[in-house]
Unconditional design. Structure first.
Length: 136
C-alpha cells in the first residue's frame, strides 16, 4: 500500500479535517456537493437516488483514508426511520490534522473549502448560541 495520498483524497480529507468533528455520510456528501457548486475542482461523482445524494467516489476515498489511519468509519443509529437503521459516520483522527498544516493542493480550492467551512461553522455557533439562550 502506497503511503502517498492522492490530491483528490487530500482535498476530501481536508474538508473533514477542517470540520474537525465526526460527520454523518449523507451530510458530508451534501457538503461536498455544495462545494462543487461553489467551484471546488474535484472529480467526484454525486448521484441523486430516491431523494438521497450518494457518492461511490467519496465512499472509496474514505475507505482509503481509513486504511491509512486518517479517518475512522463509524456507525450510528439513523433517527429518520427504520428503512436505514444505521448510518455511516466519518470521524477525523489526529493524523488527518497534517492536511491542515500542509494541504498540498491549489490555493483556490483551499480558499473555497476554508470559506465554506468557516461560514458553516459560524452558522452552527449562532444556532447553538440561540438555542442555549432560549433554554435559559
Amino acid at each position: 500500500m502506497s503511503k502517498r495520498i492522492e490530491t483528490l483524497d487530500r482535498k476530501i480529507g481536508y474538508i473533514l479535517a477542517r470540520l474537525g468533528v465526526p460527520v454523518k455520510k449523507p451530510f458530508f456528501v451534501k457538503m461536498v456537493k455544495r462545494l462543487l457548486d461553489k467551484g471546488l475542482n474535484v472529480d467526484v461523482k454525486i448521484y441523486n437516488v430516491e431523494g438521497r445524494l450518494v457518492s461511490p467516489t467519496i465512499e472509496n476515498i474514505m475507505e482509503r483514508l481509513a486504511e491509512k489511519g486518517y479517518v475512522k468509519i463509524l456507525y450510528t443509529l439513523d433517527k429518520r426511520g427504520y428503512a436505514n437503521l444505521y448510518v455511516e459516520v466519518y470521524s477525523p483522527t489526529e493524523k488527518i490534522k497534517k492536511f491542515l498544516e500542509n494541504p498540498k493542493f491549489s490555493k483556490k480550492d483551499k480558499k473555497i473549502i476554508d470559506d465554506y467551512v468557516d461560514e458553516f461553522l459560524s452558522r452552527v455557533k449562532l444556532i447553538s448560541k440561540s438555542a442555549s439562550q432560549t433554554t435559559s
